[in-house]
Design a protein around this ligand. Sequence first.
Ligand code: NAG
Ligand code: NAG
Ligand code: NAG
Ligand code: NAG
Length: 392
Amino acid sequence: MGSPCLTLFALLCLVVGTAARPFYPLPSKVADGERQPLQTSRPYNIAHRGSNGELPEETTAAYMRAIEEGADFIETDILSSKDGVLICFHDFTLDDTTDVAQHKEFADRERTYEVQGANTTGFFTVDFTLKELKSLRVRQRYPFRDQKYNGKFHIITFEEYISIALDATRVVGIYPEIKNPVFINEHVKWPNGKKFEDMFVETLKKYGYKGSYMSNEWKKQPAFIQSFAPTSLVYVSNLTDLPKIFLIDDITVPTQDTNQSYWEITSDGYFDFIKNYVVGIGPWKDTVVPVVNNYLQPPTDLVARAHAHDLQVHPYTYRNENLCLHFNFNQDPYQEYEFWIHKMGIDGLFTDFTGSLQKYQEWTSPLSSRDSSNETSLLHKIAVMVSPYERV
Ligand SMILES: *[C@@H]1O[C@H](CO)[C@@H](O)[C@H](O)[C@H]1NC(C)=O
Ligand SMILES: *[C@@H]1O[C@H](CO)[C@@H](O)[C@H](O)[C@H]1NC(C)=O
Ligand SMILES: *[C@@H]1O[C@H](CO)[C@@H](O)[C@H](O)[C@H]1NC(C)=O
Ligand SMILES: *[C@@H]1O[C@H](CO)[C@@H](O)[C@H](O)[C@H]1NC(C)=O
């Protein structure tokens, strides 16, 4: 308790403060109905691991930047700590994007495990408690990107990530991946025989995520669940109506859990099966349009066939840097967006540079022109107003 004097002073400040400040809700407390809704008229801008082109991936800073830059969805990968806490982290080992190697106290933690058919050695997230993971710092994955923020941010949990989306002043969707589910279920056990997928869906439900694609519930808190593992997608479709996206890797990589080939899972027969569980596919972009000597080849029919099965297509990953752009695009990332959005007709893009995609979209198909106050709709309103008085 403070002294009575101080308390009175504080009270006065409060009264004066309240009188002086116009009353409006704090941005984070804006009711759902008042938030700017998710745009659904142009392909989704999916901030791949946040704005990881600028800031270390899957950190609070990367997600906040992505929201500021106009992301429709913030994307993440869900893994688990040793003590069963779901975290946002891309690799099952900590080696490439944290400072774990500098932590002497963890020197004996290196292990070799078989993951998806290959033996890998490193520091695995599943061998560290959440508290230990929180003592690490994240760094930029690629040497050609800004290293200034290395060591500044820590790993966040699935729940912390959800809070970032829910606290945004407009509706921002989430796009979490069920990452390496076979491996995680082998190494982490939860009470009452619950699986990784159960914990994943429970977390979403705890924060109110529910409803099928485009339902009112979904539009309030949009989410896509993604996975490379068909078994996980089929399993979670029993637990939640939330829309799911089936990720498809390079043509050389089989599915994570069922060992099916690229050709098998992109066949019409397979699309007929998987469309009962998912609303779309998320293919590696070079499998949609093959690349030889860094030049694009004629596109495959993957987009057309997915669309014919009423499946959306959200390819990954769009990266601005010269060394990531195919030569056809004249070293211009906007030309790459132009090609994929207008020629290929895709439905969403996983980008490392949300700000660039947002700028391209605002220049070429601004949302403001679809405002209800545009000329066409004004003329329509006038026509409706005068029609009762018109003679037939
Ligand atoms: C991984 O290493 C273990 C132990 O040395 C071995 O038994 C197993 O066959 C290896 N797996 C692969 C895929 O190489
Ligand atoms: C879905 O739930 C039903 C009823 O609980 C169960 O019979 C079925 O095996 C489940 N399917 C999957 C794929 O888990
Ligand atoms: C996966 O499929 C390939 C090709 O059909 C086969 O050679 C391989 O042994 C399979 N691997 C597993 C783990 O079943
Ligand atoms: C104007 O608004 C109408 C209805 O809201 C919409 O259908 C139309 O596409 C808009 N026009 C432009 C040029 O965006």
